[in-house]
Design a protein around this ligand. Structure first.
Ligand code: F6P
Length: 319
């Protein structure tokens, strides 16, 4: 019988709870013991572990956030923090650590594995910024949340003939912005990966007004810098008053979509399958509709690219 620990470090993502449930239930099915680590990696250092079983995860599949709680933990990236975490895992006779988290959490997981402790990672983040997987848990829900908010902003933008810059999350990437932009019918999508030209946007907005297209939504990925500054630059070029709306943390919360839940259930169960098959230090990924696995090293050294074709499509559909 194996003993597995689960931890949900870093930014929470809708569907994390569905994934915790899947790991716990799939483990129980195979007779494994499970403990939850509270407060992300900090809980490994502080030794805040709780026993989990099939019943402790009842009624959580539909809940956003993480029942295991989370934190940002700088200590896990220090040699002292790392060896403390590994020491606690060994002391508690844990055989495997399953990490449900984003890019930063997976990088820290790799360090734990290098310190001699076997891990399996499950990508969960609203940013979808994990290389090797087409989707992370929570991404689909965050798109829906942002699109729902933008639909509302669109109503007032149309009524007032206004231009809105809507800032979405994504850290230094534009994966969320691109999908949100397409789904919300945005006129422009600005992402950190692609250089944008304010004077070109200003010209387009002026041309649009002549074509009786009198309102616009500019989806702005947070990694692009200061949205208010961009609004001012557009105003200086066009005289058009540009409003800024930062969607902020609502993008991280809410009930997970059916798609986020199902991805979470599949990822969680597959992670336990990997342990049963003798794998370690791997990341569960979705590749062209199939659940697969990649070595952690490959995932953290790869570079995920934004979909330029989708950006072009947004432009074509905004005529
Ligand atoms: O990684 C998820 C995310 O929500 C990013 O989109 C955002 O930049 C960051 O976390 C915010 O982090 P914090 O919760 O530490 O403010």
């Amino acid at each position: 019988m194996k003993k597995i620990a689960i931890v949900t470090p870093g930014g929470d993502a809708p569907g994390m709870n569905a994934c915790i449930r899947a790991v716990v239930r799939r483990s129980s099915y195979s007779g494994f013991e499970v403990v939850g680590v509270l407060n992300g990696y900090q809980g490994l250092i502080d030794e805040t572990l709780v026993k989990m079983d099939a019943r402790t995860v009842s009624g959580i599949i539909q809940r956003g956030g993480t029942v295991l709680k989370s934190s940002r933990c700088a200590q896990i990236n220090t040699p002292a923090g790392l060896s403390k975490a590994v020491e606690i895992l060994k002391k508690n006779k844990i055989d495997f650590l399953i990490i449900i988290g984003g890019d930063g959490s997976i990088r820290a997981a790799e360090k734990i594995s290098k310190n001699g402790f076997p891990v399996i990672c499950i990508p969960a983040s609203i940013d979808n910024d994990v290389f090797g997987t087409d989707e992370t848990i929570g991404f689909d829900t965050a798109i829906d949340t942002a699109v729902d908010a933008i639909d509302k902003i669109r109503d007032t933008a149309t009524s007032f003939d206004r231009v809105f810059i809507v800032e979405v999350m994504g850290r230094e990437h534009g994966f969320l912005a691109v999908e949100v932009g397409l789904a919300s019918g945005a006129e422009f999508v600005l992402v950190p990966e692609v250089k944008y030209d304010i004077s070109k946007i200003a010209d387009e907005l002026k041309k649009d007004r002549k074509k009786k297209k009198t309102s616009a939504i500019i989806v702005f990925a947070e990694g692009c810098g200061d949205a208010k500054k961009v609004a001012k630059q557009i105003f200086d070029c066009t005289g058009i008053d540009v409003k800024v709306s930062n969607l902020g943390y609502i993008q991280r919360g809410g009930n997970p979509s059916a798609r986020s839940r199902n991805l979470a259930s599949r990822f969680g169960s597959f992670a336990v399958d990997l342990i049963l098959k003798g794998y370690k230090n791997r990341v569960v990924v979705l590749h062209k509709g199939e659940i697969k696995t990649l070595p952690i090293k490959k995932v953290i050294s790869g570079k995920k690219e934004v979909d330029i074709e989708t950006l072009k499509l947004v432009e074509k559909l905004a005529v």
